[in-house]
Write a protein that binds this ligand. Structure first.
Ligand SMILES: [Fe+2]
Length: 197
């Protein structure tokens, strides 16, 4: 952490470090391992830097905000405020003032992408983990044909589906990744101020 008032980057790095102690849903990886694996899968696939950042931050709504603001918890513990929303919405809103619109949109869309793939690929649902199936029910279930055709026209939807597939793969116990500090320069590039401009 830098001297003086912590920046948003400091806050996020602290939240990532704290997420190392939290199990990701019903999976066998921590939330930190999951985020790092997702971002590295994107980088290895040649994704641009904004898409990598979206992958790193896609679940920030699970570990960087008051958990009472989230209703789609996989641990099924704790109470949610009446105003609680999905972790994808809360996370996207948290980072939106700091990042390009596409990054926040991709974070917001990662639960929708799961609903999209369940509607368009019959085998996709069968491959989901129990935790992902549980939260999808909370998030509205498979999309209707009308929702699918509306989303399919969005120019960033293909990236949202790529993020979603990396999200699904980023659950490998014990997989070696770089530490979160390797992503600090990118985080500081976007979140290196106390407040957004
Ligand atoms: Fe995730």
């Amino acid at each position: 952490m830098s001297a003086g008032v912590p920046t948003m980057a400091d806050r996020l790095l602290d939240a990532f470090l704290g997420s190392a102690a939290r199990v990701y849903g019903g999976e066998s990886v921590s939330e930190l391992e999951h985020s790092l694996q997702c971002a590295e899968l994107a980088r290895a696939a040649g994704a641009d830097e904004d898409l990598q950042l979206a992958c790193l931050l896609h679940d920030v709504g699970r570990f960087a905000v008051d958990p009472r603001e989230i209703f789609d918890k996989t641990d099924r513990r704790g109470t949610a405020l009446p105003s609680a929303r999905g972790h994808h919405e809360v996370g996207a809103d948290l980072v939106a003032p700091w990042v390009p619109e596409r990054v926040a949109w991709l974070i917001r869309m990662h639960a929708e992408a799961k609903r999209y793939l369940c509607a368009t690929e019959p085998a996709y649902y069968d491959g989901l983990s129990a935790g992902s199936r549980f939260t999808m029910a909370l998030q509205g279930g498979a999309m209707t044909p009308e929702e699918v055709s509306r989303r399919a026209r969005h120019p960033w939807m293909a990236d949202a589906l790529r993020l979603r597939r990396w999200d699904d793969l980023a659950k490998v116990p014990g997989k070696a990744t770089e530490p979160i500090e390797a992503w600090a320069p990118l985080l500081r590039q976007h979140f290196g101020r106390v407040r957004p401009i």
